[in-house]
Design a protein around this ligand. Structure first.
Ligand SMILES: CC(C)[C@H](C(=O)O)[C@@H](O)C(=O)O
Ligand code: SF4
Length: 464
């Protein structure tokens, strides 16, 4: 019988069925960060348990660390980081700490170090673990008690998800990126539209994406509510792994990690790539976005009272007026970073827009490479100079930074930010901060204009 990639991955990792209908699955690799792991270690200690397979875990520091300097900016962050290091030392778990060349945002670090391969099952106490789906691996976020369970047993209780296929065929127009693809999908399926589903992406527009774009897509699939995101393995995925630090140690397979022809999905969506424009979020949910050259939405006839309330609440928080042009919206800050868009390819793309240009005087522009390794590569290519000459603050350390208000990069009340991140919830970048999600290229364009701008204008300027 034809099976989906998701079902193949689950079947391959099933240890046994449990009496209540759930199953026990085996976790090939488990990643921890300083923020969600310390209680799990305390739980182990209290129960007198040890880590069953220390070599199948990795810890990184990313959420609370400072990126302006190496030393933690406050005692609470230092404590979290020191605790993780001590726990890893005690249990013999690899730890990429501050100052380590391999350090950075977990979902940037893991593929960069060659720690993912098609057919793997990867868990992490972080929702954006879906990123690894770009390689035909099953990655998903887990809670703290589950972290403890994986440490002790290398297994998890798991409930099989329903399957959703999102097929995107056709060619993207110039200036349209992987970020726009996934923002469009979130718009079409809805912010909770994939709750309970594993989402597989297919179609020629997905195949045409390089691995960094595919990772952006799988990363942000969480914003649909999907607990897993998948793209079948192809030659590009295999090539991207080759030669990486740990890739030789992984033997999980290759092109067989694809859905069978004729496999059935519980639900399917089709999107024409030609219908996707560069998108910008106007509201406080990732599905509240519009093409950059359009207007802030207004109430429509037939809108439910609930939708009307959500629209008005978002407009109020964002301090926007229905019918106002998106490209007129002035920004205070520009942020390029996060596990969605801080890879070398993202930095190159933003630098291509910034080259020879200056950030508007009113804009505070920050770029935080996703990992130290990425930063060093960018510096070797001279990309840091392009950013610095344009007026961006090129951060010397890596981490989640302004993606969420958990470190010293905290936005002011009312600050409006053009952001290459994945979440625009109220207070995400701190109380009262107003986040506009967009591609890194669009953040660069907005930084230059001091207001939300259409990246396509910069492409034609370049061609002149
Ligand atoms: C802090 C962490 C648990 C959280 C997540 O799970 O995604 C964070 O990374 C986020 O992006 O909101
Ligand atoms: S960069 Fe942002 S989305 Fe990614 S793990 Fe960090 S906080 Fe979460």
């Amino acid at each position: 019988m034809s099976r989906t990639l998701y079902d193949k991955l689950v079947d391959a990792h099933k240890v046994c069925d449990l009496p209540d209908g759930d199953m026990l699955i085996y976790v090939d690799f488990h990643i921890m960060n300083e923020y969600t792991s310390s209680q799990a270690f305390s739980g182990l200690d209290q129960k007198g348990l040890s880590v069953w397979r220390p070599e199948a875990h990795l810890s990184v520091v990313d959420h609370v660390n400072a990126t302006r300097q190496r030393d933690p900016h406050d005692a609470a962050s230092k404590l979290l980081i020191d605790n993780l290091e001590a726990n890893c030392e005690k249990h013999n778990i690899a730890f990429y700490g501050l100052g380590d060349r391999r350090q950075g945002i977990e979902h940037v670090v893991v593929p960069e170090q060659g720690l993912v391969a098609p057919g793997m099952l990867i868990a992490c106490g972080d929702s954006h673990t879906t990123t690894y789906g770009a390689f035909g691996a099953l990655g998903f976020g887990i809670g703290t008690s589950e972290v403890e369970h994986v440490l002790a047993t290398q297994t998890l209780r798991y409930k099989r998800l329903k399957t959703m296929l999102v097929k995107i065929d056709g060619d993207l127009a110039p200036g349209v990126t992987a970020k726009d693809i996934i923002m469009k999908v979130v718009q079409v399926v809805g912010a909770g539209g994939a709750n309970g589903y594993a989402v597989e992406f297919s179609g020629s527009a997905i195949r045409a994406q390089e691995m960094s774009g595919r990772m952006t897509i799988c990363n942000m699939a969480v914003e649909l509510g999907g607990r897993a995101a998948l793209i079948g393995a192809d030659q590009k995925a295999l090539e991207a792994i080759k030669g990486r630090a740990h890739s030789g140690t992984l033997d999980f397979g290759g092109l067989e990690w694809n859905s069978d022809a004729g496999a059935d999905y519980d639900t399917e969506f089709e999107i024409d790539a030609a219908d996707i424009a560069p998108l910008v979020s106007w509201g406080t949910s990732p599905d509240q976005s519009v093409p950059v050259d359009s207007l802030v939405p207004a109430e429509t006839e037939g809108m439910t009272p609930k939708a009307r309330e959500a629209l008005n609440r978002a407009l109020d928080y964002m301090d926007l007026k229905a019918g106002q042009a998106m490209i007129d919206i002035e920004i205070d800050s520009a942020f390029i970073g996060s596990c969605t868009n801080s890879r070398i390819e993202d930095l190159r793309a933003a630098a291509a827009i910034l080259k020879g240009k200056k950030v508007a005087g009113s804009v505070n522009a920050i770029v935080v490479p996703g990992s130290t390794y990425t930063r060093l590569q960018a510096e070797a290519e001279g990309i840091d100079r392009v950013f610095k000459e344009a007026g961006f603050d090129w951060r010397p350390e890596s981490g989640c930074s302004m993606c969420l208000a958990m470190n010293d990069d905290i936005a002011m009340d009312g600050e409006r930010i053009a952001s290459s991140t994945n979440r625009n919830f109220e207070g995400r970048q701190d109380r009262g901060a107003r986040t506009h999600l967009m591609s890194p290229e669009m953040v660069a364009a907005a930084a230059i204009h001091g207001r939300i701008a259409d990246v396509r204008d910069f492409l034609s300027e370049g061609a002149e």
